[in-house]
Design a protein around this ligand. Structure first.
Ligand SMILES: NC(=O)c1ccc[n+]([C@@H]2O[C@H](COP(=O)([O-])OP(=O)(O)OC[C@H]3O[C@@H](n4cnc5c(N)ncnc54)[C@H](O)[C@@H]3O)[C@@H](O)[C@H]2O)c1
Length: 360
């Protein structure tokens, strides 16, 4: 791994990974390809550990000519593919861009890699690593065992279906052409630089302003929560020691129901702001009409990551949430910059304000 192309590196997990990788691998050069959609922000790539080893390219993974040029110009030997449309609610109101980016975009990257690496052999030891989600497996009943690498795919949202399609394409490029690939399917990430449309940063963002904390349905949905730094170490372990064509599940071993998670965030804000007019912040919780097709429970087994690669998550939920809240409190300029403009306000209005209260 010398010249790494990171797609979607201006987003939440991609940017955290670039910060991590430049520190962990002192020789590696990183090239970020990002279309800077509403979810991508140049600010996420400020204050990198070594800016001289990072190059930003503004463009789309769907632009085949651009991808072809980048692979050759920078003799890319590793592609780490984060770029995607990622918000389930947006996939329900507008699925087309999910198919375009997550399915066609992944296909475009795979084709470019196949030509450059397998036909023209521009590098000796290439690797394509695909970042995916546990949502491809569908939902679990409360007493079901956790998802594992052999769980059949059963995606329930357009987002999950588009990620499942991309996983299948990646796998097929190994089986058919021998493209050297690995895949990780991880649970819900949280931590610094996550756009405040997702649950944890939205709750922090709203609570600080004394706005309602909207929770879907009865709030009893269960997700596994993975601190983003643990995700970065997991990807690094798979790049170093993972077997080609294998899938690895990555989770944080934290599974509170959503409402409990929000109460934990409120309790941390109470610690920081005992004199706030919004104290206790949990009083801001408001149950709103549920998301259609909302999966009830996700849980992932990390046995393969542990047994085969010796990886384990290092953060429990309490530590991870304290770090996350502290980061958002310290970076109010970032919040203002990424939530400024009409599109964020319009989205919040469309998705939450007009949703109405929970009626069941
Ligand atoms: N956030 C999570 O909890 C989570 C959980 C499991 C898996 N994942 C997966 O991890 C990856 C990263 O997720 P994230 O939360 O950081 O997403 P994000 O929405 O924060 O960032 C996505 C990035 O991709 C970029 N992008 C979108 N379309 C593009 C295109 N056509 N070309 C180039 N760049 C484009 C955006 O500008 C943005 O910077 C995704 O593949 C997602 O499916 C995320």
């Amino acid at each position: 791994m010398q010249h790494v192309l990171v797609t979607g590196g201006a987003g939440f997990i991609g940017s955290n990974f670039i910060h991590y990788l430049l520190k962990a691998e002192p020789e590696v050069r990183v090239y970020t390809l990002d279309a800077l959609t509403y979810a991508g922000h140049r600010q996420n790539l400020e204050h990198l550990p070594d800016d001289s080893r990072h190059t930003f390219i503004h463009g789309s993974i769907n632009n085949r000519q651009l991808v072809d040029n980048l692979l050759r110009k920078y003799t890319i030997d590793t592609i780490i593919h984060f770029a995607a449309e990622t918000h389930v609610d947006r996939s329900i109101s507008g699925p087309a861009s999910f198919i375009e980016t997550n399915v066609v975009g992944t296909f475009t990257l795979l084709e470019a890699a196949r030509q450059a690496w397998l036909e023209e052999k521009i590098v000796a030891q290439p690797r394509f690593h695909h970042i995916s989600t546990d949502e491809v497996f569908g939902t679990l009943a409360l007493d079901d065992p956790p998802f594992c690498e052999t769980t059949p795919y059963a995606p329930n949202s357009p987002y999950a279906a588009s990620k499942a399609s991309s996983d299948h394409l990646v796998r097929a490029y190994y089986k058919t052409y021998g493209l050297p690939v690995t895949i990780t399917n991880c649970s819900n990430n949280y931590g610094p630089r996550q756009f405040p449309e997702k649950l944890i940063p939205l709750m922090i963002f709203n609570a600080l302003q004394g706005k309602p904390l909207p929770i879907y349905g009865d709030g009893q949905q269960v997700r596994d929560w993975l601190y983003v730094e643990d995700h970065c170490t997991a990807i690094h372990a798979v790049l170093q020691k993972g077997r080609l064509s294998e899938t690895y599940l990555v989770g944080g071993r934290n599974q509170p129901p959503n409402v409990e998670l929000v109460r934990l965030i409120c309790a941390i804000l109470d610690e920081h702001f005992p004199d706030s007019p919004h104290y206790p912040h949990a009083d801001l919780i408001q149950f709103v009409a549920d998301r259609p097709g909302h999966d009830r429970r996700y849980d992932v087994s990390t046995t393969k990551m542990e047994d085969e690669l010796g990886w384990q998550p290092q953060y429990n939920l309490d530590q991870g949430l304290h770090n996350t809240v502290a980061w958002y409190l310290k970076n109010s300029n970032w919040i203002t910059a990424v939530t400024g403009g009409e599109s964020f306000a319009n989205w919040i209005n469309e998705n939450y304000t007009q949703r109405g209260a929970e009626t069941q």
